[in-house]
Design a protein around this ligand. Structure first.
Ligand code: GLY
Length: 566
């Protein structure tokens, strides 16, 4: 909770905490400022295409469609036609909503499809290759958003994306390393050689002629250009030839779903975030409502007490997370109870600054979360005052690594986000819950947390990030950095992040970014600190509406993320 009388103290704390920010010196402390509109995404090409759509008079929803599809071309690491995602929006008139274009289990999926005859999880079956693939949702999501909320003809949106696929995309240094890193798995997952087997170097241009043809069919036939006809036939045959179970019927029956977002207050903010089948909004609400009574602005950014309060709230929220949550079309979810202030107030009753709570003493939940963190996020605010926040994914880096050369895109491995074996540890030591068990046509639980924040009833921020289970806590810290610690959008994105998810019972910290004395003190209180396993926690992109109504972009230096606006 922000204590408004402590502005002076807060500013001095803020100045001192700036020392902790480990972003390279070249990274600006204030992001791009524009007067009217902005797109922030993982790739400059996608941000530019989205921004051009806005400049042409399109709205945030047109730009969402263009940016999402441009990421499929420019950022195949996570951008996709073969995956899925979620978008939260706030229209200029204050109306809010959300769309779920999450992948679904194929009709032939079964609860135990990733288990051997002894009931053991079969290594890699849910992560690598055709059996890992869920029915993709992205194209349906894009067309549904455009149909309901867009304003420009679909040609205006798709033509620049098709042109980008034909012209090609420059390889960045980060991309060169990523492609090289994953090439052994590309070889393992694909029978034939693929475009990404080549030793691509920074500044090479990768052209995507087959993806351009797929996009042209989508331009000609709309959603059906992906889910029916030639593309669907090629895709279903390709998946089946590689041992998977997706059929043309699976593709033809896929529909994106409009959902009611999770909305809650925090001080004078209203947070609007993604509802199930993402756990993001519920979990974010739980954590923020548990933190709200504490004056963390007085404790200071990344101070011992602030880390304690946030960690303990995260511990308790993640203990609830996967036990209760799943696809709302298949399971009853007690959302109102889970985000109820009385319930959450009680959850922190046994918290003390004197000693870490042990995760084994925190009910409910028997879910350790290990998710891959190679998703991507983009935020858009248009010149009319509409805002969107969208997170999209193939799950793992380059998804299942299975690349359909004929269609020009990677396929997701989102089936791994189901609990392969409810009630018992899977191959990652993950103990899944019945609520997230595999059922034909069910959506798998997600952590994606596309979020929009209002302040005093007006648009304040659009924010989100990749990062698997750390998505929720990265979005949380970015909002708190701005609201509690008066950071700019870019500083809030740059600031070092930490993460606790109940199990394993440890605080992951970005390495060499936190005060050593604070780490030692936390260890004395019983916290286990892990600075090794998470060199990067999230790649947050956000847009902040400043007091003078200009926009500030926060584009994460941890990736190639870029803000473009006017
Ligand atoms: N696949 C990552 C997520 O949905 O959270």
């Amino acid at each position: 909770m922000k204590h408004i009388l402590y502005t002076t103290l807060l500013l001095s704390l803020f100045v001192s905490c700036k020392k902790e920010v480990k972003a390279p010196e070249t990274i600006k402390k204030t992001g791009l400022i524009t007067q009217n509109a902005m797109v922030v995404s993982a790739r400059v090409e996608a941000s530019k295409i989205g921004n051009d759509i806005l400049k042409k008079g399109g709205n945030a929803f047109d730009a969402m469609a263009a940016t999402e599809l441009a990421l499929a071309v420019a950022y195949p690491y996570a951008g996709n036609l073969g995956g899925g995602g979620f978008m939260v929006y706030r229209k200029a008139n204050g109306e809010t909503g959300a769309i779920d274009y999450r992948e679904k289990a194929p009709m032939a999926a079964t609860k135990n499809m990733y288990l051997d005859e002894d009931g053991n999880v079969i290594p890699e079956k849910s992560t690598l290759g055709a059996m890992a693939v869920g029915v993709p949702g992205t194209v349906a999501g894009v067309f549904e958003v455009h149909k309901k909320l867009g304003s420009l003809p679909i040609e205006d949106i798709l033509n620049p994306v098709i042109a980008l696929a034909k012209k090609g995309v420059l390889v960045t240094e980060k991309q060169e390393k990523r492609i090289a890193h994953y090439q052994p798995l590309f070889k393992k997952a694909n029978k034939d050689s693929i475009l990404f087997d080549k030793a691509w170097k920074a500044n090479d241009t990768i052209k995507h002629p087959n993806l351009a043809e797929t996009l042209e069919r989508i331009l000609e036939h709309g959603k059906d250009g992906f889910y029916k006809g030639e593309t669907a036939k090629t895709l279903a045959n390709f998946v089946q030839e590689n041992g998977g179970i997706i059929t043309e019927e699976d593709l033809a029956s896929y529909e994106a779903q409009w959902r009611t977002p999770i909305s809650f207050s925090y001080d004078d903010l209203k947070i609007i975030s993604m509802s199930p089948p993402s756990s993001g909004g519920v979990c974010l609400a739980q954590i923020m409502k548990m933190i709200e009574p504490f004056h963390i602005d007085e404790f200071g950014h990344n101070s011992e007490k602030t880390i304690q309060v946030i960690t303990e709230a995260e511990r308790r929220a993640y203990a609830d997370r996967s036990f209760y949550l799943g696809d709302p079309d298949f399971v009853e979810i007690p959302i109102e109870t889970l985000i109820n202030e009385a319930y959450l107030g009680g959850r922190m009753d046994n918290f003390s600054f004197e000693k870490a709570t042990s995760s084994k003493d925190v009910a409910h939940g028997n879910i350790a979360i290990i998710e891959s963190d190679e998703t991507t996020h983009y935020s858009i605010v248009d010149q009319f005052g509409n805002a969107i926040s969208a997170t999209t994914t193939l799950n793992g880096a380059y998804g299942s690594k299975l690349y359909c050369s004929e269609l020009g895109f990677f396929l997701n491995n989102e089936m791994d986000d189901f609990s392969s074996k409810p009630g018992e540890p899977n191959m990652f030591g993950l103990i899944g819950a019945e609520a997230n068990s595999i059922v034909p046509q069910k959506r798998m639980l997600s952590s994606m947390t596309p979020t929009i924040v209002e302040k005093n009833g007006e648009l304040f921020m659009s924010v989100g990030t990749p990062g698997g289970a750390t998505i929720i806590t990265s979005v949380l810290q970015t909002i708190l950095n701005v609201h509690e610690f008066n950071m700019t959008m870019q500083e809030a994105v740059n600031a070092p992040r930490f993460h606790h998810q109940w199990l394993p019972d440890e605080i992951n910290m970005e390495p060499n970014s936190f005060d050593k004395t604070i780490i030692q003190n936390l260890e004395k209180l019983g916290y286990s600190i892990n600075e090794k396993d998470s060199p990067v926690i999230g790649k947050v992109d956000g847009i902040l509406v400043l007091d003078d109504k200009t926009l500030e972009g926060g584009a994460d230096y941890r990736g190639d993320d870029t803000a473009v606006g006017f």
